[in-house]
Design a binder for this molecule. Structure first.
Ligand code: UD1
Ligand code: CA
Length: 453
């Protein structure tokens, strides 16, 4: 897009109808905040020339989008969408923009294609003010588009008066506007809040612009679902379902085998290589990536996790902030917490939990184990029921286990402690001091066997 065109997202509102303390634009869809979707679509068109107006719990919103630092404008009091635009005006002027595309922050289905097509139409029509309309079977709470005597206006649902405005047509305001700033900015001073909402409506600019003799264009996008706004939990989950389906269809088209696809949820930033097999119910969120040849069985939740080639994740596994290298195996019923690393060909089995720990190449922890703050060497074997006691009640300590070491079942390794390469720890041991390479350590009571009376 031309560098004299920028975008402004209106994201200062509370979202009263969500009935939640969280700012509406931070409510998530497929694990990402609502606002991320609009910002991403706009970044595709305008690069860094995307600003956002924030207000309600602004610090939370700012913290959620560190990449937007310096591009937020504060609307300290939320007095309406027109007031939000007015709050951003000095900043838009400072950016030297000729046009601004204003988009509601509660429209996560918007796409760069749809917005780009609208902007192109508006520019081709030499409009001073253009806005998107769509056709809905029920106009609901949306602003209604009223076309009378060659002029066009938007009338908010609460203010609609059939006697004055005529029968409702089903053509509604999508909440996306392209404004030529030099022409439209002066009209902001004429906005009034003497309406049912008691707010300054951006939508009143449409009638004002027509009245001032500016060129106004309503661009009808038919039943394009890109502009559905989110005001309630019901609308939130309906939009999320649309996004989910869009993503699953794209994965199937790209050659990912998605079984039980209706119950697979893949976030917008998760990457899945062609040929991978996924089976629902399954959730892949955040910066998760899954390399070719991998298979992820059902009932898993993976967040910010890197899965290498030919990895198998069996059913019922939770992975967060983990890295699993090529050929490794996970689960069923494994939990990999942040900092868990499986090197090539390593294996964790059922009821194993790992945190900030590495299993070296080919190392195994097959059953009922906790590895926290531990480094396990290549080809080591961690017996069933092994626990690294990493926490002394005040601080965390590391456990180091050498290559090819063998830890007998039901052992407690009290950190800080090092087990040497090739060392053997007898089953049922409590190990509190280091074991040298090739050593044998037994830390348990000796069995006493007597004749029964
Ligand atoms: C708005 C439109 C309506 C349109 C609909 C499309 C107005 C007056 N009405 O209604 O015509 O059909 O969107 O979805 O604009 N916001 C601020 N500051 C404020 C108030 C709101 O930044 O003071 C932000 C909100 O965070 C939200 C967006 O503006 O992202 C829209 O506000 P919302 O209250 O949801 O407007 P609607 O009633 O849905
Ligand atoms: Ca809305």
């Amino acid at each position: 897009m031309h560098e004299r065109i920028g975008a402004l997202v209106l994201a200062a509102g509370k979202g009263t109808r969500m009935k939640s303390d969280a700012p509406k634009v931070l409510q998530t869809l497929l694990g990402e905040p609502m606002l991320a979707y609009g910002l991403d679509a706009l970044a595709g068109l305008f690069g860094p020339r995307v600003l956002a107006v924030i207000g309600h719990r602004a610090a939370l919103v700012e913290a959620a989008f560190p990449d937007m630092a310096g591009r937020f404008v504060l609307q300290a009091e939320q007095l309406g969408t027109g007031h939000a635009l007015a709050a951003a005006l000095p900043r838009l002027a400072a950016e030297g923009l000729e046009y601004v595309l204003v988009v509601n922050g509660d429209a996560p289905l918007v796409t760069a294609e749809s917005l780009g097509a609208f902007v192109a139409t508006a520019l081709a029509g030499a409009a001073d003010l253009a806005f998107v309309t769509i056709e809905l079977p029920q106009a609901g709470a949306y602003g209604r588009v009223v076309r009378q005597g060659g002029a066009v206006r938007i009338v908010e649902a609460k203010d609609y008066d059939t006697a004055r405005d005529g029968p409702v047509t089903g053509e509604i305001n999508a909440g996306v506007y392209l404004l030529r700033l030099a022409a439209v900015a002066p009209l902001l001073a004429d906005l009034r809040n003497d309406n049912a909402g008691g707010e300054y409506y951006i939508t009143d600019l449409v009638g004002l612009a027509g009245g001032a003799g500016l060129s106004v264009l309503a661009v009808n996008r038919g039943d394009d679902p890109a502009y559905l706004g989110i005001n309630s939990p019901r609308e939130l989950v309906a939009a999320e379902e649309r996004l989910r389906r869009r993503r699953i269809d794209a994965l199937l088209d790209a050659g990912v085998i998605v079984r039980a696809a209706d119950s697979v949820r893949v976030g917008p930033y998760a990457q899945v290589a062609p040929g991978v097999e996924l089976c629902g119910p399954l959730e892949l969120y955040g910066q998760t990536s899954i390399a070719a040849g991998a298979a992820i069985a059902s009932h898993g939740v993976l967040r910010d996790t890197v899965i290498g080639e030919n990895v198998t994740v069996h059913a019922f596994c939770h992975l967060e902030g983990a890295r699993v290298a090529a050929g490794a195996q996970v689960g069923p019923y494994a939990r990999l917490r942040p900092g868990a690393v499986l090197e090539e060909g390593a294996k964790v089995g059922n009821f194993v939990e790992m945190k900030k720990s590495t299993l070296g190449p080919g190392a195994k922890a097959s059953h009922l184990t906790y590895l926290g703050d531990a480094t396990v060497g290549a080809a080591a074997n961690i017996g069933a029921g092994t626990i690294t006691c990493n926490y002394d009640g005040v601080r965390k300590h590391r456990t180091v286990i050498g290559e090819k070491a063998f830890i007998g079942s039901n052992s407690a390794l009290v950190a800080p402690v090092t087990i040497g390469a090739g060392a053997l720890v007898g089953a049922g041991s409590v190990i509190t001091s280091d074991v040298p390479d090739g050593g044998l350590a037994l830390g348990r009571g000796r069995q006493v066997t007597k004749t029964r009376k």
